[in-house]
Structures are given as structure tokens and as C-alpha cells.
Design a protein around this ligand. Sequence first.
Ligand code: HEM
Length: 162
Amino acid sequence: MDGSLVLFGYWLQNRSFALAIAGSDWAYPFVQATHFTGLSLWVGTNVVVDLSLLGVGKKSSTSLQLSDALFMWNWIGFGIAVTGGFLLFSVSAETYLTNIAFVIKLGLLIPLGLALHIVIQQKAPVWEKASEPPPMAKVAGFTELLLWLCVATAAVLIPYVG
Ligand code: HEM
């Protein structure tokens, strides 16, 4: 691993907030719960819009209407998930930076998922104009679902790989 990343990890895990979380009986589970609360909001609101793009469920609201209605909760969820994730990371930053599942999750899958998510939010008004969602909308919705599933899988694998 790059020496400057090791130094950064060492520096981060020795910050007072990281030491406080590591040294407390309740803080780590609390931060974990925060990460999961944010994830539930973020992934849950994404799944609603992606399934709608795939044509699953009632047609009473369009994908654009759902995306607009959930927009604020969607990004609040992301903010909470990133804050909780960063705090979890800070407790053992050096170890996480050498964990292949963590590196793939944070360095590849999350940036890809986020980029596609922003494209979907920007393209939704264009797709809305067609009478039926175009094939590209379905591909984008399906790929986003798959990417968040891969992010969650990589996260679950973190304790099992080096
Ligand atoms: C927004 C998309 C994200 C998703 C879907 C996600 C998903 C998950 C899941 C499902 C777990 C639980 C793993 C388990 O306990 O079995 C987890 C844990 C964790 N996440 Fe995230 N996460 C996301 C973002 C982040 C970010 C941005 C960071 C860091 C800045 C992060 C850092 C962590 C850490 C350090 C753990 C604890 C891993 C362990 O030691 O078991 N996550 N994440």
C-alpha cells in the first residue's frame, strides 16, 4: 500500500473522536446503527425509483414523480450513511485501507453507483417525455440496483478478507 495512505490511516485512527469511539462500549454500535439508518434511506429510496424505471409496481406515479418526491430523503440518507461510514472507518483506518473488499467498495463500487445515480436523476425528466420508459432507462435502473447490491456484498465481506 502507498506509504502516504498508511500514514493517513495511522493519523486518522489516532484522532480524539476515533479513539473515543474505539474506547467506548456504546459509541461503536451507535455509529453502526447510524450507518445502517442512512443506508436504509439511501438504498430504499433508490430501489423505489429503480424498480419504477424497470416498470415494476403500480403506475400511479411516474419514475420522475417518485424521484422528485424522494429527492430530499434520498440525499439526507446518503449524508447520514457517509458520515456513519467515515466514523466506522476512522476507528481502524489503517486496517481498512489494506482490506481488498473495503478498497473495492469505496474506491470503485460507490463512485460508480453514485455517478449512475446522478445520471438517473438528471435523465429522469427526459425519459419522462416518452410514453414508455426507453430501454436505456431500464438498463440504468437495473444496473444501479445491481451496483448497490454489490456495494452491500463487498461491505459484508470486509471482516472475512484481508
Ligand atoms: C452509500 C453506500 C454504502 C453502502 C450500501 C454500505 C453498506 C454497508 C453495509 C451493508 C455494511 C455492514 C457490513 C456488515 O456488518 O456485515 C457496512 C459497513 C461498513 N461501512 Fe458501509 N456502506 C456504504 C457507504 C460507506 C462509506 C462511504 C464508508 C466510508 C467512508 C463506509 C464504511 C464502512 C465501514 C468501515 C463498515 C464496517 C465494516 C466492518 O468492519 O464490518 N461505508 N457498509
